[in-house]
Design a protein around this ligand. Structure first.
Ligand code: HEM
Length: 490
């Protein structure tokens, strides 16, 4: 465990003693053994055969980037094995559709790479996506097991061209110093502490309105009516974009991150091209209009009025705006949904929150760790380097699996458990670390805190009525929909 930990909660520096650690009852039925072996409290669809295969297959066939393993949560079994047997792991091209890549699965190795941008550059793109390897090989053949192959087969027609982007995007998230630092410095005032203090009453009024408008006594989709609404409203404010069109921002952001395929936010390459074209035209239009207006703290205005941005390319201006919007979109949305889901899976934790025994900010941080809404960031090695006894060659791609680091028992006690009053709840790596550490982390926490303050004063009960539909994705770990019922009060 690191001795100095700048992301840790400074008010809670002593490690939890066993006596301090809350005991939790297992909310899962004893017969559900496959589930228990993956992650207590995470209800997964993975079959016992699938888990057995993950436990016994040759390591070189282990492909943590395969999206179906995120949908059924069996990916946690993969990571658990890799952390134990092969923490710095190489997946060769013949065993993945993602192109050959390294996986860093432990807290220690992820931190090492995230804090060394000279060796691990963000310049080659930060998201792992399927690549067309030119071999003509079937996408489905490359998947690891029957369930993944079945999922891949259903995507086959759409997938090979999914990487096609109609516009070049180069954002602060995929830049190295010194360029990165300049871009970050220009937009940072948009989410600075004073700005957040100013935004708080507005976010609260919106949260109140959203919750007061919910159809009490009827089932509804929490993702659509609550999680998407609040985040879309905030994103529109951050851009000073018309509120009545806020859900278009959500749709465009989803189009940027969607892995693509049937049933996804983007089904075909043509749809992606069309969505990106609209997004580009809209954002560049907003930027242009700000040039003639008084300087303000929205992201478009900050970029429009900076003395440095005259030299930025369109790809960079668009890229920065995209990352600022996309960064705040499905991350916050999936954490809002994940918080209610996790609390419903661990009812004794929900009880602690309601009684005031556990505090909302602590629950929020625990959700951000447990959910890890962005599973990884990619880097590329700029030189040959040693890590965990392995030699990573110059030009190799490296995945920093935050979702695995957050479950590393060397740092987090009982990491598969959702414990909302952990001693040090901000000790997680969901926001990354180092120079790219999430710019909007305090804004995300603020929205989560406010929505829960308002939920708790309104609704003594909220029921998640069925398992949520999870995203088919290896990057965004979240929920397509979640049916919820708020009972009528007598
Ligand atoms: C970067 C996660 C909310 C804006 C990042 C990174 C992660 C992340 C993992 C990359 C870190 C790295 O490479 O070391 C999250 C999570 C969120 C969240 C889990 C919510 C729970 C937000 C919000 C915004 C935002 C609300 C709104 C502005 C950004 C930006 C970057 C970033 C601009 C790029 C920073 C840079 O490259 O310097 N975020 N994010 N994020 N995030 Fe977030």
């Amino acid at each position: 465990m690191p001795t100095t930990d700048p992301i840790a909660d400074p008010t809670a520096s002593t490690p939890a003693s066993p006596a301090d650690t809350p005991t939790t009852s297992d909310p899962i039925t004893p017969t559900d053994t496959a589930t228990l072996e993956v992650a207590r409290g995470s209800r997964v669809a993975a079959s016992a055969e699938r888990l057995e295969d993950i436990r016994t297959r040759p390591l070189e066939r282990m492909d943590p980037g395969s999206p179906s393993a995120f949908r059924d949560e069996s990916v946690f079994a993969k990571f658990e094995r890799l952390r134990r047997e092969d923490p710095v792991h190489y997946t060769p091209a013949e065993h993945t559709r993602m192109g050959a890549y390294w996986s860093l699965t432990t807290w220690e190795h992820i931190m090492a790479a995230d804090t060394d941008p000279e060796t691990f550059s963000a310049d080659a793109g930060i998201v792992m996506r399927p690549v067309d390897d030119g071999s003509g090989a079937s996408l489905a053949e490359a998947y690891e097991d029957p369930s993944e192959r079945a999922a891949a087969q259903s995507q086959q027609s759409a997938q090979p061209q999914q990487n096609a982007q109609p516009f070049q995007i180069q954002s602060l998230l995929s830049m190295d110093p010194p360029e990165h630092d300049l871009h970050r410095q220009i937009v940072a005032p948009g989410v600075a502490p004073t700005r957040l203090t100013d935004l708080e009453p507005l976010i609260r009024r919106r949260a109140q309105k959203i919750l007061d408008g919910l159809p009490v006594g009827e089932e509804f989709d929490w993702v659509d009516l609550v999680s998407k609404e609040l985040t879309a409203m905030t994103l529109a404010t951050l851009l000073n974009f018309p509120q009545e069109h806020r859900r278009r921002l959500t749709d465009w952001s989803d189009a940027v991150t969607a892995i693509g395929g049937p049933g996804q936010a983007i089904e075909t390459p043509e749809e992606r091209v069309a969505a990106m074209g609209e997004f580009f035209a809209t954002l560049m239009g907003v930027l242009e209009s700000r040039r003639g207006e008084e300087p303000a703290l929205d992201f478009a205005s900050l970029l429009a009025h900076s003395p440095h941005t005259g030299e930025f390319t369109k790809a960079q201006l668009f890229g920065d705006l995209v990352v600022l919007l996309v960064g705040g979109n499905d991350t916050t949305r999936n954490t809002i949904t994940g918080s209610l889901y996790a609390l419903s899976r661990w009812p004794e934790q929900f009880a602690k929150l309601r009684s005031g025994e556990a505090k909302i900010p602590s629950m929020v941080s625990e959700t951000i760790r447990w959910q890890t809404p962005l599973t990884h960031m990619m880097r590329v090695a700029t030189k040959d380097t040693e890590l965990g006894g392995k030699t990573i060659r110059r030009g190799d791609r490296v995945a920093l699996w935050y979702v695995s680091g957050n479950r590393d028992t060397a740092v987090i006690e009982d990491p598969d458990e959702f414990i909302i009053d952990r001693k040090n709840p901000r000790r997680h790596i969901s926001f990354g670390f180092g120079i790219h550490r999430c710019l909007g982390n305090r804004l995300a926490e603020l929205q989560l805190r406010i929505i829960w303050e308002e939920i708790l004063v309104r609704f003594p009960e909220i029921h998640v009525v069925e398992e949520p539909v999870r995203t088919f994705d290896n990057f965004v770990r979240g929920y397509e929909s979640m049916r919820v019922l708020i009972p009528r009060r007598n």
